[in-house]
Design a protein around this ligand. Structure first.
Ligand code: DGJ
Length: 707
């Protein structure tokens, strides 16, 4: 028995796996210093009365044949037969942090290959492959990754959302049933970010055991947290298949998407920090090792009104404000006068750009900025030359009228000619122009996605990946942003082939505070596009001062989303100031350790980023609504070196006015704001600093520096 026990170890997390006769995860929790394989006997379960006479494990594939009675990891059949596989291990390969278990069910004619890697960051990555060993196709209804979690996990956190309101967390109790999220929108979706976090009751940013699971997949998905009637619990995640969509032919293998799992004994910050480190070490790859350039994106500045002379003037102003990358958004291609037409016609609009794009690009480059351009290749407008020539290139089921979304249809990337057309057109755009960056959009959901009469959402997602892979290989110097109406396609798998996310189409600083916080649970700041928008937000019509907008965009990959020529000098000075502030601190922001701080007043959001060497820390406190109490609660500053002394500095703040000088919420500022103060890291972490009383919809930036 002991031979069949193996352990994957990291500094923070261990996973103990029993491999024979069938594989089973016995433990996923804190790193064990004194583990020996015989320890696992202590967990050998009793057999309850009135139930099966045998123990029923939650195996790696969670097969029903072991007497699971919960949601299985595999469901399918071969023309009604071979529908209840039970896998027996035939081979185990264990090397360092990785193990591959191969198992077979000879009766069902199926082979299962399970790959598990525990990264140094503490993140466990799991995927399964299912191979059909028989002549007839095996029809897959479900194929999931299942991870048992400890019985003390009684609460689950998930994210809901919608367009311009993404990444909103909510919690449910996990006592006796299942909690399921399902996404059928054909892309990662604004609605259901593919992740679940289970934890001990009332887990928070700094306390509680948490088990996070994110499915790296940009298509339909299903995630489940299940409490069995015997009290055991597990998380499960899978690509969701439409009826008849997935079958495995003889000799073929279907892989699940990768599940990225992060356990932390010290709350959500620990979980996120492991995820961030994992991404930095393994997935985020910029073509060049250089600071993330500050953007100006033209969309909310000029929409479809493209005039090259005017755009060049915008570029002049952008460069003067400190912008480092200038991106022309939607509206540059043939006939694209509004969002009702022209998608698919990836030729330059020569009426708008009679001299071509090159003079604009050259101008942008002469200002020492990079050049970026927007595309939405997966789409086709009914009013387009492409559609008129190839109406049969739409992703649809024959006989049904395909619904439009934002007046557009989806191009069927499974048609080789359509795929090749896109490769050719994108290669023209990216190969014949000095493009450094592509904003890759995708603005609608898939409804009845079909190819050759069969459901094809999964196939379309795979072709999207292939298209990005082909272009990424052909143009390795170009960065790609995954934008899907902002926030609609954010996940780890698309990040393996892209470099930035447009987090939301909502640039309202108040809304962005919660959206960005939600995203921070899984993604570090350097891949989160965060732009300063118009004074009056285009999504909500709320108005915010530049200080609030500037600080809200600071802890991301910063940009401007506006026309700098149409605003007054004060506004422009604000853009310049925050672009400069971001550049001053971006080394810390894009490489440091991020901490979300629990504040007793739910209307206060606080977060910090501490440099790897703990010499510098930045903390932003955002007051979203009227504070609950007369005084704001002290800010504790996590992540510092306890024994070091730090100088506290106010780096940026709203226009704070005191009573007597115009009348406001404070008579006197906290002392540290008026006289220079230092304190130990320990004190700042445990006791903190008094905060000034902030008005609703304002924020301040506080810095600490080791002395
Ligand atoms: C949706 C994106 O999220 C916006 O930023 C913009 O690029 C528009 N599409 C353009 O159509």
């Amino acid at each position: 028995m002991h031979d069949s026990i193996l352990r994957l170890e990291s500094k923070t997390v261990d996973v103990v796996i029993k491999t024979h006769p069938f594989a089973e995860i016995l433990y996923w929790g804190p790193h064990l210093q004194y583990f020996s394989p015989q320890d696992v006997h202590s967990l050998s379960r009793p057999i309850a009365n009135g139930r099966l006479d045998v123990d029923s494990p939650i195996t790696l594939m969670a097969e029903l044949g072991h007497g699971l009675f919960g949601s299985p990891g595999i469901e399918g059949h071969r023309q009604g037969q071979d529908g209840s596989p039970v896998f027996k291990t035939i081979n185990v390969q264990h090397q360092g942090q990785a193990v591959t278990v191969t198992a077979e069910d000879e009766l069902a004619g199926l082979r299962l290959t399970s790959e598990m890697t525990l990264d140094q960051s503490g993140v466990l990555v799991v995927r399964h492959g299912l191979t059909n060993l028989r002549a007839l196709a095996w029809q897959v209804d479900r194929f999931a990754v299942t991870l048992p979690i400890a019985e003390r996990a009684h609460e689950v956190m998930a994210f809901h959302g919608r367009w311009i309101h993404e990444f909103q967390p909510h919690r449910v109790k996990l006592e006796h049933d299942s909690f399921v999220i399902e996404n059928r929108r054909g892309k990662t979706s604004h609605e259901h970010f593919p992740a679940l976090i289970a934890g001990t009751p009332a887990f928070g940013e700094m306390q509680g055991d948490v088990w996070g699971a994110h499915l790296g997949w940009s298509g339909n998905h299903r995630l489940r947290a299940e409490a069995k009637t015997d009290g055991r619990r597990y998380l499960q995640a899978e690509a969701l298949y439409l009826p008849g969509e997935m079958a495995i032919e003889e000799g073929d293998t279907l892989w699940t998407p990768r599940l990225y799992a992060s356990y932390s004994p010290c709350g959500l910050n620990g979980m996120s920090q492991q995820y961030h480190r994992y991404l930095r070490d393994n997935i985020i790859r910029f073509p060049e090792n250089k600071p993330r350039p500050v953007h100006l994106n033209t969309w909310e500045g000029i929409y479809f009104n493209h005039d090259p002379d005017y755009i060049m003037r915008m570029a002049d102003e952008a460069a003067a404000l400190g912008v480092e990358r200038f991106i022309i958004d939607d509206g540059w291609y043939k006939g694209r006068s509004d969002d009702c037409r022209a998608l698919g016609d990836w030729y330059l609009d020569e009426e708008k750009y009679p001299q071509g794009l090159t003079p604009v690009i050259n101008h942008v480059k002469s200002l020492a900025m990079e050049f970026g351009i927007w595309v939405e290749p997966e789409m086709i407008s009914p009013d387009s030359d492409l559609y008129r020539a190839h109406p049969d290139w739409v992703l649809a089921l024959p006989g049904y009228k395909q619904a439009t979304g934002r007046h557009q249809l989806v191009l069927n990337l499974n048609i080789p000619q359509a795929f090749d057309y896109l490769v050719e057109r994108m290669s023209w755009l990216l190969g014949e122009h000095a493009v450094d960056y592509v904003k890759w959009d995708m603005n609608r959901e898939l409804v009845q996605p079909g190819h050759n009469g069969k459901a094809a959402a999964d196939a379309q997602t795979r072709q999207f990946y292939r298209l990005l892979d082909v272009l990424g290989e052909r143009f390795p110097h170009i960065e790609f942003e995954s934008c899907s109406s902002g926030g609609g396609r954010i996940d780890y798998e698309v990040l393996t082939r892209s470099h930035r996310f447009w987090a939301s189409d909502n640039n309202d600083a108040l809304e962005r505070n919660t959206i960005q916080r939600g995203m921070s649970y899984f993604f570090p700041p350097e891949v989160m596009g965060a732009h300063i928008g118009h004074h009056k937000c285009h999504a909500t019509f709320r108005q915010h001062a530049i200080e609030f907008r500037g600080l809200t965009a600071l802890f991301g990959h910063m940009g401007l989303e506006l026309d700098p020529l149409t605003v007054d000098a004060d506004e422009r000075e604000g853009y310049r100031r925050y672009a400069a502030l971001h550049k001053q601190w971006r080394e810390v922001i894009h490489h440091g350790t991020q901490w979300r701080v629990d504040m007793p007043d739910a209307s206060t959001l606080a977060q910090g980023i501490v440099s790897q060497d703990k010499k510098q820390g930045l903390y932003i406190v955002s007051q979203l609504a009227m504070p609950d109490y007369t005084l704001m609660m002290p800010l504790r500053m996590p992540g510092l070196e306890p024994g070091a002394q730090y100088r506290i500095t106010l780096l940026d703040h709203p226009n704070i006015r005191l009573t007597g000088k115009g009348g406001h919420t404070m008579r006197k500022l906290p002392e540290w704001m008026e006289t220079s103060q230092t304190a130990s890291g320990e004190w700042l972490m445990q006791a903190g600093i008094a905060l000034p009383i902030l008005d609703p919809e304002t924020a301040i930036l506080i810095g600490v520096e080791r002395v």
